[in-house]
Design a protein around this ligand. Structure first.
Ligand SMILES: NC(=O)c1ccc[n+]([C@@H]2O[C@H](COP(=O)([O-])OP(=O)(O)OC[C@H]3O[C@@H](n4cnc5c(N)ncnc54)[C@H](OP(=O)(O)O)[C@@H]3O)[C@@H](O)[C@H]2O)c1
Length: 323
């Protein structure tokens, strides 16, 4: 039997594996194989989103593995995210229902509000509504509490087991905490050696939120919405950082494995994305070594509060989180 990742317990009593498979920008037809390969290797946590347009394939892959007898539904932790065009109280349930139908796995283990900014609703498929000039139509203000109350109903109906947030600031989370009936279980935020987010980690610990790192490898070669290739080419490449490659030599691991182990030992859950079988395997093989305190300190020193993802297309909203 495959070795599994350790788990963290959410406040609803359910377990979340601390290493999952990311699927953003996984091409159609690739993602099914990637998810099946990952489950064969031992991954039990898959991260998707309505926005990624791959929930259907993720669900098919999971069902294939359940039908093969390798796993049962209860062994798996599936996270998806409600996208911003569904951020209207009368559309939240529709968005939840869409993801449930796409995944077709009976229930969703964790559903996140993807980002704190609402967009105009045109139809289910228009995830980036734009005006004639190409400007994305974001709402000036989003009523997070009203959205949250709708998500709570999905938990009441037992179709979603836990709810959480992504890309929200502590002030925005405080507002939800003050008005919620069901607390957010998870915050998903960008996290890696260039963006260690120590204050955010402290905040999450104080508020019993599990913190999940997206872009844990520094998101190399991943296109950002509405950013030119020239601009993306200027991004620093975390996997090639000299300290990281030196530690990889020292520990006889790869740069990716050093970065992932660093994050899990710092208290993050990680969701590296890969569609390459060898890398899916490599990213899961991080349990047989531990970084020394001095080496952790060296990696801490790489922090430069650098965001690969900036969601610039949401900047016109008062709720834009990365001011
Ligand atoms: N909540 C949010 O707003 C949000 C935002 C961004 C991402 N996410 C989630 O977080 C996941 C991870 O973020 P991400 O995909 O941007 O970044 P990432 O996981 O840091 O990096 C993914 C990139 O690294 C490559 N890669 C994977 N393993 C590698 C290895 N061992 N060696 C070298 N290259 C490797 C992948 O290429 P190949 O696929 O070609 O192997 C892919 O290009 C996403 O997939 C998504 O599920 C959430």
């Amino acid at each position: 039997m495959a070795k599994l990742a350790p788990v963290v317990c959410l406040h609803n009593g359910r377990s979340m594996p601390i290493l999952g498979l990311g699927t953003y920008n996984a091409k159609p037809n690739e993602v099914r194989t990637a998810v099946e390969t990952a489950i064969d290797i031992g991954y039990r946590h898959i991260d998707t989103a309505y926005l990624y347009q791959n929930e259907t394939e993720v669900g098919e892959a999971v069902r294939n593995k359940i039908q093969s007898g390798l796993v049962s539904r209860e062994d798996l932790f599936i996270c998806t995210k409600l996208w911003s065009h569904f951020y209207h109280p009368d559309k939240v349930r529709r968005g939840v229902q869409k993801s449930l139908e796409n995944l077709n796995l009976g229930y969703i283990d964790l559903m996140l509000l993807h980002a704190p900014v609402a967009m105009k609703y045109v139809d289910d498929n228009t995830t980036m509504p734009q005006d004639a000039t190409g400007k994305v139509l974001v709402e000036k203000h989003t009523d997070h509490v009203a959205l949250w109350k709708e998500l709570e109903k999905a938990v009441d109906d037992n179709v979603v087991k836990a709810i959480g947030l992504s890309n929200f600031t502590p002030a925005q989370i405080d507002n939800i905490l003050q008005h919620c009936r069901i607390r957010p279980a998870v915050l998903q935020a960008e996290g890696h050696a260039y963006l260690t987010q120590k204050p955010l980690m402290d905040y999450c610990r104080r508020n019993s939120l599990v913190l999940v790192a997206y872009a844990p490898l520094g998101s190399p070669r991943v296109p950002r919405p509405f950013r030119s290739d020239e601009e993306s080419a200027k991004e620093p490449v975390l996997l090639q950082e000299a300290i990281v490659t030196k530690l990889a030599d020292t520990y006889k691991k790869t740069a990716a494995q050093i970065l992932l182990r660093y994050l899990v030992d710092s208290g993050w859950v990680v969701i590296p994305k890969s569609s390459t079988a060898a890398r899916i395997r490599e990213n899961f093989d991080i349990w047989d070594f531990q970084l020394s305190a001095d080496d952790v300190k060296q990696l801490d020193g790489l922090n430069r509060d650098f965001h690969y993802y900036k969601f610039e297309f949401m900047e016109a909203s008062d709720d834009y989180p990365f001011k």
